[in-house]
Structure formats: C-alpha cells, structure tokens
Design a binder for this molecule. Structure first.
Ligand SMILES: [Zn+2]
Length: 454
C-alpha cells in the first residue's frame, strides 16, 4: 500500500516536472463522462470554433484550405459543419510538416514519435495540453473505471526495455526508463523477444511483484499467455485483476484465451501517439470514446457511416494547438454505435473496431520477433520514409525500404548491424531499396508480411 502511494506520488511529481500535470484535466474528464451528451457537444462546438479560428489565423495549411472552400469559423453552427474542411492523413503531414504548424504559437510542446501501425515512423510536436488531457488524464480515467489508478502494482509487456540503437545514448535512455518504471511500481517484460525462456523469466518476475493490473501490447500479451499454457505455468497464480491491451486489436477468441489463462477480464485501450486515448473499455463492456477530448467522425467515402457500418475514423484533437490535427485520418476502421452503456456514462460507444494486426518474424531458434521491433528500429532512421519486412523462409528475411538514394548505403548498413546485434548470425537479412511499397485494400501498407505456416 505504502509502495502504491509512493509510486502514485512519484508519477504525479514527474508529470508536473515535465509540464504534463494531468490532474486538472482528469478532474474535468471525471465530470464530463456523466454529462448529457448534448451538453458536451455544445461545449465542443465552442472549443472547435476557437480551434478553427486559431487555425485560420496561424496555420498556413488551414488558412489556405478555408479560403479555398469559403469556410469561416464564425459560421460554424454544428459539429457536422466541419465536413467542409479537407481530410488529412499522416502522409500529408509528412509531406508538408511545417504547413501544419501554428506560426508564433507559444504553447509548450514536446517532440514525440509515432511508430503507428503503417510502417511510417514519424516525429511529431505534441501540445502539452494534449499530452496531459488526452494521453495521461484519459488513461487515468479509464484505469479508474477498473479501480486501477496510477501507482497500483503493475506489470507491463512493452517495448523500450532494451536499447536498439547500439549507442551509449540509447543504452542510457533504456536504463533511465527501467529505473523510472521501477519507481512507478511497474515490472516490465520485453515484448521484442518473447521466447520460452523469456516467458518463464517474465512469469517469475510477475510472481515476485504480484501486479494487480497488467498493461500490454496486444500480440505480446497473447504470446505470453499462449506460452504460459504451453509451458504448464498457472497464470491465475499471478493474481492479476485486469489485463489492459493496446496497440492492436484482439479477436474475441483471443481475448477468451487470455482471460482463461489469467483468470481476469481483458480491457481494450485504443489510442495513438498523436491523439492519446481515443477509446477505453468499461467493466460493462462498452468501448467509450473520449469525446470530451476528441471529435470522431465515421466516414464511408465522403458520407457519414450508418450505425454498425465499418467506416474510416477521422478525428479532430480539441487540445492540440501547436500542430493542430483537424479531420485527421488515422488509418483505422470502426463502426459507430447508437447504444447506451449500462455503466451510465454518456461517452459514446464504438460498436466494433476494425483490425490492426501486427505480424511477426520467427527465427530457427524459435524466437518470435514482434513487428513493433521493426517500427522502433526505424524510428531511429528518419531518412527511411517507409519499410516492409518480408519473411518467406525461417532462416532469412528481407527488408524493403523507401529512402533517398543519398542515404541508402548508410541506412542499409545501420539496419544490417542492428538486426545482427539483436538476432545474431543465424538469420540472414537482405535490405533492398525500392521506389514505393504496395498499399493494401484497407489503405494501409502491410509492413510485416510473413508467409511462413503458423
Ligand atoms: Zn460503460
């Protein structure tokens, strides 16, 4: 108990020191989740008008776009009027980064990177208002629905425990992260290399620390639980009360399997770096949208989706003023729902989330390399615009990269060295440069392609 309280205080202090104090935003979100929906929408209309006025005055892309379509923020009468503005994608942001930045904006921000699920690493300026409200406060609110405030003993199956860069700076960053997690009462297991030995070590570490909540990258959680089953280790002995998964979707069957291994419910956390928590699942099974931070549109082509229809999500971040995101297409599909939740919260529900699946690469030694290993590897190589990993044989794989010719040799060498350092000499890797990558029907580039039989 004392340790929980210390960890919570420590986390709060760190957030304050970084300028991300999430507590005032959390207090507001705790209230708005119960307000009549019309009241929140009315407030959102005022916030949107203010944000768009700011965009018109300060952001070159929006100034031009509004002029072109004759849009005046003052004329905004309903949230749907935003439909007159263009939809933007991550590719647009990459191509014209500075045109989306607010000139002369003094709000403090931090630079975060977004690995995303499309294989296009991307560095992004995030307004601290968005970091505190959308990222930390919205996550804290969701965790509280399950009685799992920050500070409670926590297990994580996550990335970032070990250094991927092979530099002293990278090693120091990984060490600092591990110390920080430990002070926050978190025991972490590395998602990159979840072979049987690592699963046993992780299991023993969790047995010692007894986490109440487990927060994990979805496919890592699934692999961990499948490993426990295979190795005959009793997952229920860990005493975990809720397993929060994020990063990818899980099927109902996969969730059932995890729940039976751990003996606790699984909880969907859905979000991305640029927008924070988009939706969080409550104990009644409702996947609630953070509509007090974000405006979510569901579009099929240019029309609004019907209830229950799979549609592209287009999102506006109401708290991002440094690098505004208005009608941002994140590349995920979901179906809107008209249902209300038995928990009584008025936050709208997502009916069903479309898939975001990360494949994996396997080695002859039986290691499974999570797809996120590659996104994080390429986070360090910003000159590589896109990549794709293809495995057709167990002892080799290929990486295709889209990179300017001038940086191609250097990028190839860094990738080969990093992969050899992680996987040793037993895996052959071929790095080749290509002009472009094929795009799947969903609009996304499938960036890990494994043609091995499961
Ligand atoms: Zn609910």
């Amino acid at each position: 108990m004392l340790r929980d309280r210390f960890a919570k205080t420590w986390l709060d202090r760190v957030q304050v020191a970084k300028g991300w104090d999430y507590r005032p935003a959390l207090a507001a979100l705790e209230q708005s989740q119960w307000l009549p929906r019309e009241q929140v929408e009315q407030q959102n209309l005022l916030r949107l008008r203010e944000l768009l006025t700011h965009c018109q005055a300060r952001v070159p892309f929006y100034r031009d776009a509004m002029k072109q379509c004759g849009f005046e923020p003052d004329d905004l009468r309903s949230l749907a009027d935003i439909g007159a503005l263009p939809i933007i994608s991550k590719a647009d942001l990459r191509a014209g980064y500075d045109r989306f930045r607010a000139t002369g904006e003094k709000s403090p921000y931090d630079v975060w990177n977004s690995s995303g699920s499309t294989g296009e690493p991307f560095f992004f300026r995030l307004d601290r208002r968005s970091i505190s409200a959308n990222t930390y406060a919205a996550l804290a609110r969701g965790r509280r629905w399950w009685g799992m405030d920050y500070g409670v003993r926590e297990g994580m199956i996550w990335s970032g425990l070990s250094d991927l860069t092979g530099t002293a700076r990278g090693r120091l960053a990984a060490l600092k992260r591990r110390i920080s997690w430990s002070l926050k009462n978190i025991t972490a297991v590395d998602v990159y290399l979840l072979d049987d030995a690592a699963i046993v070590r992780g299991y023993q570490a969790f047995l010692r620390s007894h986490p109440r909540v487990l927060r994990a990258i979805a496919s890592g959680l699934l692999r961990f639980c499948a490993g426990l089953e295979r190795l005959g280790l009793d997952g229920r002995k860990l005493g975990i009360e809720a397993a929060i998964y994020t990063g990818e979707g899980l099927t109902r069957a996969q969730r059932d399997r995890i729940e039976s291994v751990l003996g606790c419910p699984t909880v969907t956390e859905y979000g991305c770096t640029e927008l924070g928590i988009i939706a969080f699942e409550c104990p009644e099974g409702g996947l609630h949208v953070s509509h007090d931070n974000l405006l979510v549109e569901y579009l099929v082509g240019s029309r609004q989706a019907e209830v229950g229809e799979q549609a592209e999500m287009v999102i506006t971040n109401l708290n991002e003023w440094v690098h505004p995101l208005v009608r941002y297409k994140i590349g995920d599909f979901a179906a809107p729902s008209a249902q209300t939740c038995a928990c009584g919260r008025t936050l709208p529900l997502i009916g069903e989330l479309g898939g975001r699946v990360h494949d994996s690469i396997r080695t002859p030694q039986g290691q499974v390399i999570h797809g996120l290993y590659f996104t994080h590897l390429f986070d360090r190589l910003p000159e590589v615009a896109q990549f794709r990993v293809i495995q057709r044989q167990l002892d080799r794989f290929a990486i295709e990269i889209v990179v300017p010719e001038i940086s191609a040799e250097r990028a190839k060498r860094s990738i080969e060295t990093a992969v050899r350092d992680t996987l040793g000499e037993t895996m052959a890797v071929e790095v080749r440069t290509v002009a472009s990558l094929p795009v799947a029907a969903s609009g996304k580039t499938r960036w890990i392609v494994s043609e091995l039989d499961e």
